[in-house]
Design a binder for this molecule. Structure first.
Ligand code: IMP
Ligand code: MG
Length: 183
């Protein structure tokens, strides 16, 4: 989709969560993780590309011994509808056997992506596995999965910002906004 096609189709709507609230909540999530994993080493696994901004902000407030790795999976194309097809576009760089893994997601909608990733990680013999997500859209859920740490529960609307995109746009917004689809 080129720039003018994009502008004709999507427009930013309302601010759902302002920057201050997002950042304050991320610090709270990190503090909870610091308590729950006290004395342990953790591995944050960020799911590209949407979790990058959240993961970098979260990790700055984590005081544990920690490492980072990334996976890239895809269940959406340039559209805003979910698909059950999860494809691995980039695997982990390191072995996660015996690690205390925390999957870092931007948002859970249907839960298909995370169900797949959870099985994938368990098959690789992790010591423990939890999920932290910045946003959760419980109304969109079709898979039986919940995150252990949730930043904000939001209504079933398509949102962008803080790493989340529509057709690769708006990831750099430092707040969460809804998007209107014009046609
Ligand atoms: P799920 O598999 O339906 O749970 O979708 C999870 C993935 O879809 C997320 O990691 C996002 O990349 C993408 N996604 C779901 N809802 C939204 C949204 O409202 N805005 C942007 N991306 C979304
Ligand atoms: Mg994602």
């Amino acid at each position: 989709m080129n720039a003018s096609e994009f502008k004709a189709k999507y427009v930013l709507d309302t601010t759902l969560i302002c920057r201050e609230d997002v950042e304050a909540r991320i610090v709270e999530l990190a503090e909870q993780i610091n308590i729950d994993y006290a004395g342990k080493e953790i591995l944050l696994v960020g799911i590209l590309r949407g979790s990058v901004m959240f993961m970098s902000e979260l990790s700055k407030s984590i005081t544990l011994d920690m490492a980072m790795d990334f996976m890239d999976v895809s269940s959406y194309g340039d559209d805003i509808k979910s698909s059950c097809n999860v494809k691995i576009l980039k695997d982990l760089d390191e072995s996660i056997e015996g690690a205390n893994v925390i999957i870092v997601e931007d948002i859970i909608d249907s839960g298909n992506t995370l169900s797949y990733l959870k099985e994938f990680m368990i098959d690789r013999c992790v010591a423990s596995l939890k999920i932290v997500t910045l946003l959760d859209k419980p109304e969109g859920r079709t898979a039986d999965i919940e995150a252990d740490y949730v930043g904000f529960k939001i209504p079933n609307e398509f949102v962008v910002g803080y790493g989340l995109d529509v057709a690769q746009h708006y990831r750099n917004l430092p707040y969460i906004a809804t998007v209107k689809v014009l046609k």
